[in-house]
Design a protein around this ligand. Structure first.
Ligand code: GLV
Length: 309
């Protein structure tokens, strides 16, 4: 019996080491090595090769090594009738909070503009904004969104959040459900998308949504590229309705060389690095779930098939 790690990047050995360190007694295999497929009970996956999970006849659980599971559902051959788990990890949440906070401060203090000016040796001090000038609106108040909200409140920002199910966080104005979306958007100046990608949220960052934000708003997408309608963002920037956007995630990753985002002066790109699962931090919860699986106990951080996350 054992766990197989299925991913296509260079981190397989690192994850294998972390799982082995957390549980020397458990067999852990890389999908790249020769391994006994019939012995595998759990697949720890991250953007695995589509169709590859069919090879495991006795698989009983698919564990995402990230917070997101959209890539599992987009593999049409994945056995999604099995229990699927996701990562809920304090380090993943604090990394995300630090990244988004850094982006918001850079925006407030025009740091991206000064970087552009520097390239042309332009000395042009411009008015800066203050924390009290902005309301940050967070789409999605799960583990990541909730910690970000708490930390921004701590800095003194006015913070509001929107989620599908009712959430209550200290000093955060909470909006719930479709009907509240307009009220949330019309009072948001910096919009942060931290939603899971599901058929309901795909393309949510579209023209209709941007139109409801106040003129001059700034958009931060650190969730999934599939949330954003790229063309709608470009148009909203072109018309100056939005003042800028910081994007960490894209429909296609790496972002294609010819994509207009690369050279757009109001688009700030980071290469899907806002918050990356740390193998040592996450390994204990994977191992605990594996033992739960073998002992027929309840799994933690189980994905709901109805919600899709
Ligand atoms: C990162 O994108 C994750 O889902 O953990």
């Amino acid at each position: 019996m054992g766990i197989v790690i299925c991913r296509q990047d260079t981190k397989i050995e690192l994850w294998k080491k972390a799982l082995k360190a957390a549980a020397p007694d458990i067999e852990v295999y890389s999908c790249l090595e020769d391994h006994p497929k019939e012995k595998i009970k759990m697949a720890l996956v991250w953007k695995h090769s589509p169709g590859s999970l069919k090879a495991y006849p006795n698989l009983r659980c698919i564990a995402s090594s990230g917070a997101g599971v959209d890539f599992i559902f987009s593999d049409v051959e994945a056995p999604v009738h099995l229990p699927i788990t996701r990562v809920v990890d304090p380090m993943l949440a604090s990394d995300m909070s630090e990244h988004v906070t850094a982006v918001i401060f850079a925006y407030l203090k025009n740091l991206n503009q000064y970087k552009l000016d520097q390239q042309q040796q332009i000395w042009n001090p411009i008015g800066y904004a203050r924390i009290k000038d902005f309301t940050v609106g967070i789409l999605g108040l799960g583990t990541l969104g909730a910690l970000l909200a708490k930390n921004l409140v701590h800095f003194g920002f006015q913070v509001q959040g929107w989620s599908q199910s009712r959430k209550s966080l200290p000093s955060v104005t909470a909006y719930t459900g479709e009907t509240a979306l307009h009220a949330f958007l019309s009072t948001t100046n910096v919009l942060v998308c931290l939603l899971p990608l599901t058929p309901n949220t795909e393309g949510i960052l579209n023209k209709e949504l941007f139109d409801q934000l106040p003129k001059g708003s700034f958009v931060i997408n650190v969730a999934r590229g599939g949330h954003l309608v790229d063309e709608a963002l470009l148009q909203a920037l072109q018309s100056d309705h939005l003042s800028g956007a910081a994007l960490d995630v894209f429909h296609e990753e790496p972002l294609a060389k010819e994509h207009p985002f690369w050279s757009h002066p109001k688009v700030h790109i980071s290469p899907h690095c806002a918050s990356v699962s740390d193998a040592s931090s996450v390994a204990p919860q994977i191992i605990e779930n594996y033992r739960n699986l073998l002992n027929r106990k309840a799994l933690q951080n189980l994905v709901s098939m109805d919600r899709g996350y």
